[in-house]
Design a protein around this ligand. Structure first.
Ligand code: IPE
Ligand code: IPE
Ligand code: MG
Length: 239
């Protein structure tokens, strides 16, 4: 079994899952959070080194104040405990996204605390995308590069793909397998740079119902993909 080094996961369908169960959207988010806790442990135990999850996009601030407040409070209430669990599992936690208002100060504070607590861990890296948009990530990296050029720290001719990657919110390897639950076949701004050569998998199941078994299924599908990276698979071709 070939285990992907970096898995990207767009955690979608909490609302629809709740609706189908006759529950509120808030209960759907709560169930989604519990699902993430279980699944992240399983994914690192499988040998995945980096797991990036899309938890809240810049666009998600368009939702009702009630829903946004619920999600932010859920993070504040639950994340310190989850961070401690991840720390015990030797997982490093990093965050990607814009760290300023409208993201609440309390959320920004916890982000810093969890990153500091887990900074030396080595089993794997959990990258959590909050107040995140992949186009903004590229714009922000560009601004940092321009600032370094004008301060004389960097020369324009030294810019290449590897260098650009170091200026993103987090310096991460490329995504190998990208999963989006709930049957939507789109990225909604998720990790545009890192997903450049990812294998995509779009199961119809909603995120709170996605189990370890479903992840095994995703791995099996990934193992059947022919990743050519623009080349030719010599074993499968008659020249
Ligand atoms: C994903 O579930 C979680 C967040 C975007 C915060 P949704 O809330 O998007 O669930 P659906 O798509 O409405 O079912
Ligand atoms: C994408 O899901 C963002 C997250 C899962 C956090 P959305 O539910 O917000 O995306 P759209 O609106 O279906 O594109
Ligand atoms: Mg959605």
């Amino acid at each position: 079994m070939n285990i992907p080094n970096h898995v990207g996961f767009i955690l979608d369908g909490n609302g629809r899952w709740a609706q189908a169960q006759g529950l509120t959207r808030s209960e759907g988010h709560q169930a989604g959070f519990e699902s993430l806790r279980k699944l992240s442990k399983y994914i690192f135990d499988k040998g995945v080194k980096v797991l990036s999850v899309y938890a809240f996009s810049t666009e998600n601030f368009k939702r009702s104040k009630q829903e946004v407040d619920f999600l932010m409070n859920l993070f504040v209430k639950k994340f310190q405990e989850y961070g401690k669990d991840l720390n015990k599992e030797n997982v490093k936690v990093v965050f990607s996204g814009i760290r300023k208002a409208p993201l609440p100060m309390e959320v920004i504070k916890i982000i810093g605390e969890v990153e500091a607590l887990t900074i030396n861990n080595t089993k794997g890296t959990l990258n959590i995308c909050i107040n995140y948009d992949g186009q903004w990530e590229i714009v922000d990296a560009t601004k940092k590069i321009i600032a370094d050029i004008s301060e004389g720290k960097l020369k324009q001719e030294d810019i290449n793909k590897e260098l650009f990657n170091r200026y993103l919110y987090q310096e991460l390897p490329p995504i190998d397998l990208l999963i989006r639950t709930s049957g939507e076949n789109r990225l909604s701004g998720f990790m545009l740079w890192q997903a450049s050569y990812a294998e995509f998998y779009f199961p119809s199941i909603h995120f709170p119902a996605f189990t370890e078994k479903d992840f095994d299924e995703a791995l099996a599908i990934y193992n059947n993909r022919d990743r050519r990276f623009g080349g030719i698979n010599e074993k499968k071709t008659n020249c």
